[in-house]
Design a protein around this ligand. Structure first.
Ligand code: NAD
Ligand code: UDP
Length: 335
C-alpha cells in the first residue's frame, strides 16, 4: 500500500513509518518540521534500511499539498500533522485553529480531488473532557477545555460530516491515550524543545540530572495513592494500531472512533517507581499543587480496538520507561 504520512517526521509519525516500511508498504512523508527535524527521518532510514520520498511542505500551502498528490500514487493517508501543546494552544489559540483546521481542510480537499478517500486521523483522549467516568468508551459524550482539544473535536466532526455526505470515504479517528517510550534501537524517540510539559520527558530529564526535581501535580486526588492516573501506551504499540487501522479501512465505510490505549491506568508515583526499577536511576520528586485542567483518572476501554482492529497493546510500563531512557541516553542526556 502507498501511504502518505503527514507529520511523518514527528514522534508518533516516525515510529509508524518504521512499522509501515518493515511491513513492506511504501511511505511518502509530508512535514514542515515545525516540531521535528529531518534527522528523525534519517533515523527511520537507518532502522529500516529503506528510503522514501519526503516533502518539506506545510499543509496550509494548498499547492504544495497538491504537488504531493500529483507526483505520487497514494492509496491512504495517515494524518498526524498538527500542533499539539495544550498550554501553548491556550496562549496562541489562533495559531492552533489555523494550523490544525486549515491544514486538515486543505488535505481533505486535495484527497477528494485525487479520489483518495481513506484516512486515519490522530485524535486524542482529550475529547472525553472532564465529565466522564473512566474507562472511556468511544460513545461517551465529548467535550474539551482548551483550543487544542477543540481542534480535535472539530476535525472529528468535519470528518463525520464528510463521511455522511459521501459514502465512499472510510475514516478511522484514533483516540490516543498517553504515548511514551521510543524505538528499542534508541534511534528515534520524543525530543521536546525546552522544559517538557509531559510527564515522561520530564522524568527523563530529572533522571539525567538536567532538571533538579519532578513536581508531582497533586497528591490529593481520589485515587489509591492520591496522584493522577493515566493510560500510558508504548509508541510502538500505537504505531502498530495504525497499521491495523489501515487494514480496517479496506473493510468499512464512514467514520469510526477507536481508542488506542492499554486499558490499564498507572498513577504518577507508579510511573516514577517503574522508571527507577527499569533504569536503575533515581528520580527526585516532590508533591506540588494540582495542575489546572487535569482530571483524576483517564484510561481507555479498549474493547472496540480489540474487536474491530484485532489489535491490543503488548508492551509493559517497564519497557516504556526503559526505551524512553535508552533514547535519551543515546542522544546525549547527561548522566
Ligand atoms: P509531533 O509534534 O512530534 O508530530 C507532529 C508533526 O507534524 C511534526 O513533525 C510537525 O513538524 C508536523 N506538522 C505540524 N503542523 C504541520 C503543518 N501545518 N504542515 C506540515 N507538517 C506539520 O507530535 P506527535 O506526538 O507525533 O503527535 C502526532 C499527532 O498525534 C498530532 O496530531 C497530535 O495532536 C496527536 N496526539 C498526540 C498525542 C501525544 O501525546 N503525543 C496524544 C494524542 C494525540
Ligand atoms: N505530571 C506531573 N508532573 C509533570 C508533568 C505531568 O505530575 O511535570 C502529571 C500530570 O498532572 C498528569 C500526568 O502526569 O496527571 C500525565 O501528564 P501529561 O502532561 O504527560 O499527560 P496528560 O494526561 O496531561 O495529557
Amino acid at each position: 500500500m502507498n501511504v502518505l504520512v503527514t507529520g511523518g517526521a514527528g514522534y508518533i509519525g516516525t515510529h509508524t513509518c518504521v512499522e509501515l516500511l518493515n511491513r513492506g508498504d511504501r511511505v511518502i512523508v509530508l512535514d514542515n518540521y515545525v516540531n521535528s527535524s529531518p534527522a528523525a527521518l534519517r533515523g527511520v532510514e537507518q532502522i529500516t534500511g529503506r528510503t522514501f520520498p519526503v516533502y518539506e511542505a506545510d499543509l496550509m500551502d494548498y499547492n504544495a499539498v497538491k504537488r504531493v498528490f500529483s507526483e505520487n500514487q497514494i492509496d491512504a493517508v495517515i494524518h498526524f500533522a498538527g500542533l499539539k501543546a495544550v498550554g501553548e494552544s491556550v496562549s496562541k489559540p489562533l495559531d492552533y485553529y489555523r494550523n490544525n483546521l486549515i491544514g486538515t481542510l486543505n488535505l481533505l480537499e486535495v484527497m477528494k480531488e485525487h479520489d483518495v478517500k481513506k484516512l486515519v486521523f490522530s485524535s486524542s483522549a482529550t475529547v472525553y473532557g472532564m465529565n466522564n467516568e473512566p474507562p472511556f468508551r468511544e460513545d461517551m459524550p465529548r467535550s474539551t477545555t482548551n483550543p487544542y482539544g477543540a481542534t480535535k473535536l472539530m476535525i472529528e466532526d468535519m470528518l463525520r460530516d464528510l463521511c455522511y455526505a459521501c459514502k465512499e470515504w472510510s475514516v478511522v479517528l484514533l483516540r490516543y491515550f498517553n504515548p511514551i517510550g521510543a524505538h528499542e534501537s534508541g534511534l528515534i524517540g520524543e525530543n521536546p524543545n525546552g522544559i517538557p510539559n509531559n510527564l515522561m520527558p520530564y522524568i527523563v530529564k530529572v533522571a539525567a540530572g538536567e532538571l533538579p526535581c519532578l513536581s508531582i501535580y497533586g497528591g490529593d486526588y481520589p485515587t489509591p495513592d492520591g496522584t493522577c492516573i493515566r493510560d500510558y501506551i508504548h509508541v510502538y504499540d500505537l504505531a502498530m494500531g495504525h497499521l491495523k487501522a489501515l487494514e480496517y479501512l479496506g473493510h468499512m465505510q464512514g467514520a469510526e472512533a477507536i481508542n488506542l490505549g492499554t486499558g490499564k491506568g498507572y498513577s504518577v508515583l507508579e510511573v516514577v517507581q517503574a522508571f527507577e526499577r527499569a533504569t536503575g536511576r533515581t528520580v527526585n520528586h516532590k508533591m506540588a499543587p494540582r495542575r489546572e485542567g487535569d482530571i483524576a483518572a483517564c484510561y481507555a476501554d479498549v474493547s472496540k480496538a480489540r474487536e474491530l482492529l484485532h489489535w491490543e497493546a503488548v508492551k509493559t510500563l517497564e519497557e516504556m520507561c526503559r526505551d524512553s531512557w535508552n533514547f535519551a541516553a543515546r542522544n546525549g542526556a547527561r548522566q
